[in-house]
Design a protein around this ligand. Structure first.
Ligand code: FMN
Length: 402
């Protein structure tokens, strides 16, 4: 059976390689909307869903994992930004995803930035994104998703602040996050608070520790009493270790369950990738704007995961994201400390069959290391300092005693 699935995935990969040049003839945003329409159709009835499962799905018991009380059938998730209006949830399980993070959703309707907003960087296996949080707004989307049964798919609700004005106003911005989180209180399985969109008019004001403090106090006061969903914070890719540490201190102080590491990489510091594609692929990108997914982000995000896992002694949940194209990439993030993973760019460059191929590869890698579950692999190649290990042993004893 495993051999047949491998052969099936190989054929689909070849097929995607043949069709990809045609898809890449389209403007990236148009290609995205066309493929989205196909996804909506495939998810619209049991027959097309069943056929899609036959072609793309893969399951294995050792991939299932429980994180913060939520059971996932596998750790592979769709990252925020692909399904900004939450329209494709009925097809993701058939594609093999264990989870999908929807959004980012904002309190107000957001048109996003004007002009061309997506750019393929083929040599760098990356997408430059200049979207600016376009979505239909939390009210309309939450209404549509209320009472939807997501079945075996676990859902993350990614909340960001409306990108509608260049002025930052703290209380107004906090209200915006709270509005989205309140409207989605009964929808999905966890929240992600996105403070790291690189394409907004007023920058990333919640990287400032005082602003973050005020936001997390308000979230704990207003959201915890109405929803028991775990809450994660999504961090930017381009921060110094000191900046990361300050934010992680805030996460620990306000007892969030974890972090999503990381959002897109800004062009500064990655100029060689931009230069390699300029002007052929990036001619219309406003100067200095946009941020990169995919390969340029891979090492950056893994390093942040390694750092945060060690700093927190593995005590908070890490969702790893950035440049995952193969099972080895996925396993590297898991063994660095991530319990769950998100991805987008591999779907664009390698095709949707890669989701089950990554899941299948993970099973093999777990076996090679003698693990019987993802849990056992989390952080296994990122040993904690001795003191932290002793703390963990003590915490385990305390748990048992309790
Ligand atoms: C087209 C596109 C749109 C995105 N929009 C969002 C977004 O709205 N909110 C968010 O938190 N991240 C957004 N991201 C970032 C992704 O969630 C993810 O962090 C990043 O793409 C790295 O993963 P990848 O290398 O697998 O694509 C977007 C990424 C892409 C490619």
């Amino acid at each position: 059976m495993n051999f047949l699935i491998g052969f099936r995935n190989f054929l689909l990969r070849v097929l995607y390689r043949v069709t990809r040049p045609l898809i890449f003839l389209m403007e990236p945003e148009s290609a995205h909307y066309s493929l989205k329409r196909i996804g909506v159709f495939l998810g619209s009835n049991p027959l097309t869903k069943g056929l899609t499962s036959l072609l793309f799905d893969y399951g294995n018991k050792c991939l299932s994992i429980e994180v913060d009380g939520i059971k996932y059938r596998n750790p592979i998730g769709l990252s925020a930004g692909f399904d900004k209006d939450g329209e494709l949830t009925s097809i993701y399980p058939s594609l093999g995803f264990g989870l999908a993070e929807l959004g980012s959703f904002t309190g107000e309707v957001c048109p996003g930035n004007p002009g061309k907003r997506l750019f393929r960087m083929v040599k760098s296996r990356s997408i430059v994104v200049w979207y600016g949080l376009n979505n239909f707004g939390a009210e309309k989307i939450s209404k549509r998703l209320t009472n939807v049964d997501f079945g075996r798919l676990r859902i993350g609700i990614n909340a960001a602040k409306s990108n509608v004005t260049p002025e930052f106003e703290l209380q107004e911005s906090i209200r915006d996050y709270l509005k989205t989180m309140t409207l989605f209180k009964d929808i999905g399985d966890y929240y992600t608070i996105n403070i790291s969109c690189p394409n907004t008019q007023d920058g990333e004001p919640f990287v400032d520790p005082d602003n973050l403090d005020a936001l997390l106090i308000a979230v704990n006061e207003k959201i915890r009493p109405i929803s028991d969903k775990p809450i994660y914070l999504k961090l930017a890719a381009d921060m110094s270790l000191a900046e990361i540490d300050t934010i992680i201190d805030g996460v620990l102080k306000h007892k969030l369950e974890g972090v999503v590491l990381t959002n897109l990489a800004k062009p500064e510091g990655n100029n060689e990738h931009i230069a390699a594609e300029y002007p052929t692929n990036l001619g219309q990108l406003p100067k200095g704007k946009g941020a990169m997914s995919g390969l340029p982000l891979q090492r950056i995000s893994t390093n942040v995961i390694r750092h945060v896992y060690r700093k927190t002694s593995g005590k908070i949940t890490i969702i790893g994201v950035g440049g995952i194209f193969t099972a080895k990439d996925a396993y590297e993030k898991i063994t660095s400390g991530a319990s769950l993973l998100h991805m987008i760019t591999t779907m664009i460059f390698d095709g949707p069959q890669n989701i089950s191929e990554i899941n299948r590869g993970l099973v093999k890698l777990l076996k090679e290391d003698g693990f019987i579950s993802i849990e056992q692999a989390v952080g296994s190649r990122n040993p904690l300092p001795i003191i932290a290990q002793q703390d963990n042993v003590q915490a385990g004893k305390d748990d048992k005693a309790a």
